[in-house]
Design a protein around this ligand. Structure first.
Ligand code: FES
Length: 70
């Protein structure tokens, strides 16, 4: 059985998806991570990124403990 995909919640930062992953938009178009995303992809968790769904580092000051929950 293959190992499960690992998504790590960084403390007050993005969701980091480790390993090869393909991310597509609502139409099925592939979204290419800014850094290439071969080993890991960081997905925005704070809502402030200008390159959503990818993290661009704009989460500085984001506090996951007090952020509104979906
Ligand atoms: S989590 Fe990094 S910009 Fe949102």
């Amino acid at each position: 059985m293959p190992e499960p995909l690992v998504i790590r919640c960084r403390e007050n930062g993005p969701y980091v998806v480790q390993g090869a992953v393909k991310i597509v938009d609502h139409l099925g178009n592939e979204l290419i991570p800014p850094a290439g995303g071969k080993a890991a992809v960081a997905l925005c968790r704070c809502g402030a990124s200008k390159t959503k769904p990818f993290c661009d580092g704009s989460h500085r000051g984001f506090d996951a403990a007090t952020a509104p929950q979906p």
